[in-house]
Design a protein around this ligand. Sequence first.
Ligand code: ADP
Length: 318
Amino acid sequence: MLFRSQLVSGVAHELNNPLTSIAGLSEFLLERKDLRASDREHLRVVHEQAARAGLIVQNLLTFARKETPEAAGVDLNTVVERTALLVAYDLRLRGIDLDQKLSTEEITVKGNRYELQQVLLNLLTNATHAISRQHADAPRRITVETLRDGAQAVLRVRDTGTGVPQQLVSKLFTPFFTTKDPGEGTGLGLSISYGIVESHGGKLSYAPGPGGGAEFTVSLPFLAPGEEEQAVQLPGLEGLPRGKAGRSILVVDADRAVHRTAVALFGMAGHRGVSVLTGEEALPLAQEGEYDLVLADFRAALNGGGLVAHLLAAPPGR
Ligand code: ADP
């Protein structure tokens, strides 16, 4: 089992950079005004499919890792708002409305925001698929709700899709259970989500929705008073020096495709990206140049007394 999960996470890691490059560079090209309409459509498909493959890779990584979440306060309303941004384009394209009914009360739980975002993303993706299988003039709505239910914080996703046939309900959270065509579903979304919610001390459950669609409910314990202080606080960006024309960004990564993508995307946003392969190359540049941000891969940043340790010992501009 250990071997299998190592293999899965190894393959998933290897796929991550190429997929990010395909998604990033196709996004960059989509910004060009001089594309022919048919080429733009092809490119949009390339971008969409790379993003989809990326999501599968992320799912596999979480499945293989089974990490325990760090103890930080996560506001469920923020989780909803951020995840909604990720799916907004796809939903608009498919003519699906996203109705957000967010609690006006504080709705903070203890957990890992990225994992909780992934749970919601999985639920929204499934809801989108279920609605897309309905005939065209059926209602097309997903409702996401956050609320307090006694001692539990609740996140609920309801859709106007097909619902789950009674005889399949008991199989829903089983790994690799899917009713989708090969290539359409991995059958991992709900089992991973179940595992994530469970590792947060919560529950993920299914019930038929009021209008015949599906209703998934995540219940999580609230963040206990006093626990908030354990949250990891990252320093703000306000104090950073500004570059003259946009920001200057140093990218350190062993993969040249990552450089190309990062520099293209930063350029698109009006910043200047410079990229090098190793921490050794990056150190003199980071110490002498005026960079607003140094973005380094894990190996360059931390391994063998890496870039982070050197930069902390001798910060730039001293
Ligand atoms: P996948 O989406 O890759 O098939 P999941 O574990 O996310 O894997 O879902 C397993 C199955 O549960 C789906 O194939 C589908 O049959 C069913 N399902 C999940 N969510 C919904 C939903 N919102 N409406 C109807 N069926 C659903």
